[in-house]
Design a binder for this molecule. Structure first.
Ligand code: ADP
Ligand code: MG
Ligand code: MG
Length: 899
């Protein structure tokens, strides 16, 4: 296989080998569109060039001779030789990787010009000005991108030339002005590159090609790849293409276009055109461009051709295309196309429009959008019609729209939040000391760091809105102010609005508007075309998906909302919050109980309260399964803090000694409590007395919970409801643990059903959240009627990470070193934790073929993880109510993507 391919030899599906740009140039060539001829040097040649220790001589030679062959063929075809003194062929050298990547070498146009061939070009074109303009452009682009000279030097010289001429328009520079600018540019090259501009056309070409290869490894390109999870070892292709000239006069020009509006998704072309301009001039803002509508008036013939080609491309790609074109003396040339990037709302609209136009079917439409895009449509948004004072734009690190007063340290963030104010924590960058402030704040704004910085990782983990790396802001935490580029300052207490979905930062309060899409999911009838598009795509995804989607919900309100959002049950109802608030006292009673009698008394008091909690959830989820996890956290979490209580007791004792002794009732109570807090204090609570261990240690506790669940279910069934409780035992490692508590639960169930005279349809199962449980899933399945993988704990236990400690402490380092590219708490570690999920499922079903298997960690709402859970055959995923639509969509996409 060779290293170089003619455009006519490739096609759009060869992006791996030819890069995106090369593959699409080949596709357009083969469609018979007017594409200037050329050839592509493959990504494989780049990989060989970049390999450790440098390329082998044979490879270098092979590449050089293949380039020579293709160049000769191109010269023959064009009837000109590269850089010929009389009639030069000129080419562009364009980088193009599989994924478009900022930070790579920019395109160099007009390669082949030198002191001699510039005259040849002038003679052939009968246009001296055009020839000199092309040469100065080559010097400028080659100098900046291949020879690494600061482009400021060139633009300063250009500005000086315009100033000398008394103009601001580059078109006013005449041939002589440009000729002397060429001399200036050559001087700049000599001065800053320490060598003359290479006059040999082939040397120009080879240097440019190598510069493209080398640019794969610039810092910016590496950083971008890490952020976008693009593999390091793809390499880039290089395209060498005969030049066409948009700078040939007013009947020439350069333009960009979209076949639909990439912002709204509306039908109808969109674009800009600039007369007498080359390459990027049109997007560089050097002169005012005209719209495509005006282009029609300038050059009807080229416009008609462009419209025909755009329609053709859309039909062919069956998607919205993004296009670059050039007009040379009234003839249209196509220079690039690709499937265009678009906003989330445009993605949904375009997909549905294309279905209605018969370009794609509904399966395809579902694949054209993503859960991440849907999630963006569900966040509340800043009102775009409101007056907004944009002061900076950073990275969109964690989505949402947050408004609050600027604060510069954690203490203030916590203090102000406690007095009921919303705050935005503003820092240069965050570190673990800022954690309290981040928890308290509505949003986090930093001036440094990217999407894997400490602030970004922690904010996403907590679901807090975050904009990071807003570099134009000068954050001065000491003086408690932010200096804005235009000279304004933001002081502590000034209101800021930050948009974590776009990365925008506004001074003052921007009104927030609810998402129409959410109102639709809530059941409101909303007349809006975007909502209609979302509705149709969701309905189709629901029809296609195999995975069921449940919600993690602990309250009746959340459960009702989850159901409106399409949840097919509850996958995780935690019970610990049922022990907080006023009920804390009852838990204290339970813990300090000296004998069985007082323990039972405490439990009896809790029972009716628990029962009421469950009744309401069963009502909200009538006819759908509700998985209730028995109490999981260690008991001391329900008691006062050890240090606080010790101090309180010590102070009270000191006071009493002053008063001359005697014991108050409160002090006595606190003393007893303190004893128990000490007794229950653990070095490592995550690995301590919690989950099923608690159920074994205090049998009455699980029994009480089971009774509350079953009585609530029995009563609701007696009323004609359809409760479907699934009692879930947390943190099981051994089937014996499960058997011990299950026996008690079954005994309670028999009693309740006998007492109430009602049969309850219930199951007893377990969470799989310890590696041992995954390994011994077959044994555990003998006793468990269902499994639910608790992937949060399973991730902690598999990596030995305590999430609360490690994310803030060292995850950003882990990203820097590429140890992971996404937090394993955000997206499932498929190899490790996923391996356990897959093994546990297989083994569990070997022992019990009808075992129901789900997952209830945060990963249940993560698109990549959902595809994995679908592929390994789980029955359902469970996620937060708000993520339910995202999970439904991704579960549908997973099936359709595999078809
Ligand atoms: P990017 O990847 O940054 O879009 P391109 O390789 O597309 O860079 O090139 C930059 C500009 O130069 C574009 O406007 C493109 O259309 C123009 N260009 C590239 N090759 C040629 C050529 N052979 N003739 C005329 N213009 C060209
Ligand atoms: Mg381009
Ligand atoms: Mg757990």
């Amino acid at each position: 296989m060779g290293y170089v391919f003619d455009f006519a030899e490739g096609n759009k599906d060869q992006r791996d080998l030819l890069g995106g740009k090369g593959a699409n140039l080949a596709e357009m060539t083969n469609l018979g569109l007017p594409v200037p001829p050329g050839f592509t040097i493959t990504t494989e040649a780049c990989r060989a060039y970049l390999q450790e220790g440098g390329p082998e001589e044979a490879e270098t030679d092979a590449l050089a001779s293949e380039v020579s062959d293709h160049l000769s063929a191109l010269e023959e075809r064009m009837g000109r030789r590269l850089g010929d003194a009389e009639d030069p062929l000129l080419v562009s050298v364009r980088s193009g990787a599989k994924f478009s990547m900022p930070g790579m070498m920019e395109t160099v146009l007009n390669i082949g010009l030198n002191d001699e061939s510039v005259s040849g070009l002038a003679k052939q074109s009968e246009d001296e000005r055009f020839a000199q303009d092309s040469y100065r452009r080559l010097l400028q682009m080659f100098g900046a991108t291949v020879l690494d000279i600061d482009s400021e030097h060139f633009s300063e010289a250009l500005d000086a030339a315009k100033k000398a001429k008394g103009t601001e328009n580059d078109l006013d520079l005449e041939a002589d002005d440009l000729r002397s600018l060429v001399e200036d540019f050559k001087g700049i090259v000599q001065e800053y590159a320490g060598r003359p501009f290479p006059q040999d056309p082939r040397e120009q070409l080879d240097l440019a090609v190598h510069a493209v290869f080398d640019s794969w490894n610039t810092d910016r390109a590496r950083l971008y790849r890490r952020q976008e999870r693009i593999p390091e070892d793809l390499g880039t292709a290089v395209n060498i293409q005969a030049m066409v000239f948009g700078n040939f006069g007013m009947d020439s020009g350069s333009g960009v276009a979209f076949t639909r509006d990439p912002a709204s998704g509306s039908q109808g072309v969109y674009g800009d055109y600039l007369q007498n301009a080359q390459g990027e001039d049109v997007v560089a803002g050097i002169r005012n461009t005209v719209s495509l509508a005006d282009f029609e008036k300038v050059d009807q013939g080229s416009y008609d051709d462009l419209m025909r080609i755009m329609t053709r491309l859309e039909r062919h790609y069956r998607d919205m295309c993004d296009i670059e074109f050039t007009v040379e003396r009234g003839k249209l040339w196509m220079l690039q196309t690709r499937v265009g990037k678009r906003t989330p709302e445009a993605a949904f609209r375009i997909a549905i429009h294309m279905v209605d136009e018969g370009l794609i079917d509904m399966d395809e439409a579902v694949l054209r959008v993503s859960g991440a895009q849907l999630a963006q449509l569900m966040f509340p948004r800043f009102d775009e019609t409101a007056d907004r004072n944009l002061i900076a734009t950073g990275m969109n690190a964690s989505p949402g729209a947050a408004v609050g007063k600027a604060v510069f340290d954690s203490d203030t963030a916590v203090a102000w939040t406690e007095r009921g104010e919303d705050v935005i924590l503003v820092r240069k960058e965050t570190n673990p000391d800022d954690l309290r402030g981040m928890v308290a704040a509505k949003g986090i704004l930093t001036s440094r760091g990217g999407k894997t910085s400490h602030a970004a990782v922690v904010a996403r983990g907590m679901g807090r809105t975050c904009v990071c790396g807003a570099e134009s802001l000068d954050v001065d935490a000491k003086r408690k102010e932010v200096r804005v580029r235009d000279g304004d300052t933001i002081q502590e207490g000034d209101v800021l609005s930050i948009d974590g979905t776009t990365g925008e930062v506004f001074a003052g309060e921007v009104p927030v508007s609810d998402s129409l899409v959410v109102r639709h999911f809530e059941g409101e009838s909303v007349d809006d075309d975007l909502v209609a598009a979302v509705g149709r795509i969701m309905a189709h995804a629901d029809g296609a998906r195999r995975l069921r989607v449940r919600a993690n919900s602990d309250t009746p309100d959340d459960s009702s909302r989850a159901r409106r959002f399409g949840a097919q049950g509850i996958g995780l109802c935690r019970t610990e919050h049922m022990f907080l608030g006023d009920r804390r006292e009852l838990v204290e009673k339970l813990i300090v109980a000296e004998d069985e009698e007082s323990q039972t008394a405490a439990l009896d008091e809790l029972l009716p309260l628990q029962r009421q909690d469950f009744t309401e959830i069963f009502e909200a989820m009538d006819g759908l399964p509700v998985t209730i996890r028995l109490i999981d956290p260690p008991l001391h979490e329900f008691l006062p803090d050890l240090t606080d209580l010790s101090v309180k007791v010590a102070l009270a004792e000191a006071e009493q000694a002053d008063d001359g002794g005697g014991g108050s009732e409160e002090l006595e109570h606190d003393r007893v409590l303190l004893q128990h807090v000490r007794r229950l204090h653990e070095q490592n609570p995550m690995l301590g007395l919690r989950g099923v261990r608690l159920g074994i240690q205090i049998p009455g506790l699980f029994e009480m919970q089971a009774r509350a669940i079953l009585e609530a279910a029995a009563d609701y069934a007696a009323e004609g409801g359809r409760p479907l409780p699934e009692i879930m035992i947390p943190l099981v490692a051994s089937v014996r643990e499960l058997d011990v508590v299950k026996a008690d639960i079954l005994a309670v169930a028999d009693q309740v059903q006998a007492d109430r005279g009602v049969r309850v349809d219930f199951k007893v199962g377990t969470m799989i959240e310890l590696p041992r449980a995954a390994f011994l899933a077959d044994r555990i399945a003998a006793s468990a009627e269902f499994f639910s993988f608790g992937t949060n704990d399973l991730t902690q236990m598999a990596w030995g990470f305590s999430r609360d400690d490690v994310e803030a402490a060292f995850f950003s380092r882990y990203f820097d070193h590429g140890i992971f590219d996404v937090s394993p708490f955000e997206s499932l570690d498929q190899l490790g934790v996923g391996g356990m999920v897959e093994m546990g499922t297989t083994k569990g079903r070997e022992a019990r073929p009808d075992l129901k298997v789900g997952i209830c960690g945060e990963h249940g709402g993560d698109p990549r993880s959902i595809h994995f859970f679908d592929a390994v055959g789980l029955d359902y995923v469970s996620c937060s109510p708000f993520r339910v639509p995202v999970a439904r969509l991704e579960a549908g996409r997973s099936v359709l993507a595999r078809r």
